[in-house]
Design a protein around this ligand. Structure first.
Ligand code: GDP
Ligand code: CA
Length: 315
């Protein structure tokens, strides 16, 4: 069995722990197609927050409390940068994390594409699933906001981390998406999948940028594999993070039904065959989609495996 998972960072990474455990039980192969819209250059270093969240989490090196970055992290470089007054100062780069970005940036500068760099980094972390960036090309999520008396487009990380999503926001744009190509292996993995799972990731800024790569939405929507999504919204609120703020920008209700309808049913030109919602949201209706309710809190690996099983039972 071949399972493809479309995923963002923290929520997707936790979900992948369950997918990997399930896959080990049944001997399935897992490919994670990871969002790159959050990627940015900081102090000359290429940082890929979602790829790193997935890699560290599956590799056992993530900080479980903070949710991002490395466990046992130290912040000497950050303090030294602050002593120089170096901007941006709002994005935390830990010392251990910086080593990842140094290796990645060096390889990219030497001409290796991002998927090859990701594979090289993964030889250390042994994530147990194939990690693929959605694209090797630059695809950056920007938020169009009212700031400093005018309308400006700012990088997603500046919107999310610096402004905590608390600025008047008109829309998101995926800069570079028009000319981006799927990373090698991505379209092939989707075409060869037995099932495509959409992780309970942020639909607006984690999943949408993946689908914005030309060809990928169609590969999923028109592909042979059934597609099942898992709701990141429980009882009308994100489990963590600010997906509510992102959905508000799109004018989409923050609910399991709202996100399900945003993805849409395949017969209606959308993506989903199945939509797994939380028990709290039983009774959710999404036109032309099979909806089922199950416990959706990823409290531990066993609970997450049960979620994965429930999602696969929808196919
Ligand atoms: P990010 O890229 O680091 O923001 O992470 P993702 O986009 O992959 O995941 C963020 C989403 O995960 C948020 O919208 C959360 O609501 C969702 N999430 C986090 N923990 C859980 C959980 O235990 N259950 C469910 N259903 N969703 C979760
Ligand atoms: Ca992210």
């Amino acid at each position: 069995m071949r399972i493809v998972v479309l995923t963002g960072g923290i929520g997707g990474a936790r979900f992948l722990l369950g997918v990997r455990a399930y896959a080990r039980e049944v001997g399935a192969e897992v490919t994670a197609v990871v969002n790159v819209g959050d990627d940015l250059l900081l102090h000359g270093l290429k940082v890929c927050p979602d790829l790193d969240s997935v890699m560290y989490t599956l590799g056992g090196g993530a900080d479980p409390e903070r949710g991002w970055g490395r466990v046992g992290e130290s912040w000497t470089v950050k303090q030294e940068l602050a002593a120089y007054g170096a901007e941006p100062s709002w994005f935390g780069l830990g010392d251990k994390d910086i080593a990842t970005h140094l290796v990645r940036t060096t390889m990219l500068n030497a001409g290796y594409p991002l998927h090859a760099v990701t594979e090289a980094l993964a030889t250390r972390w042994q994530p147990g699933v194939r990690l693929l960036p959605a694209t090797d090309d630059r695809l950056e999520t920007h938020a169009v906001v009212d700031l400093d008396g005018g309308q400006r487009a700012i990088h997603f990380q500046e919107w999310w981390v610096r402004h905590r999503a608390a600025v008047p926001t008109h829309r998101f744009v995926f800069v570079g998406a028009e000319t981006a190509k799927p990373a090698p292996g991505v379209a092939e993995a989707i075409a060869g999948a037995d099932v495509v799972l959409i992780a309970p990731s942020n639909p607006v800024v984690s999943i949408a940028p993946i689908l914005a790569v030309p060809g990928l939405r169609a590969a999923v929507a028109d592909g042979p594999a059934p597609v099942v999504g898992v709701s990141p919204i429980i009882g009308g609120a994100p489990v963590r993070g600010m997906a509510d703020r992102c959905l508000e920008v799109l004018g989409v209700e923050c609910s399991a039904a709202g996100v399900g309808r945003l993805y849409g049913g395949r017969p209606a030109g959308g993506l989903l065959d199945g939509w797994l919602v939380a028990e709290e949201d039983a009774g959710t209706v999404v036109p032309e989609v099979t909806v089922r309710a199950a416990p959706l809190r990823m409290t531990d690996e066993a609970a997450t495996v049960a979620m994965v099983r429930a999602a696969l039972e929808l196919t």
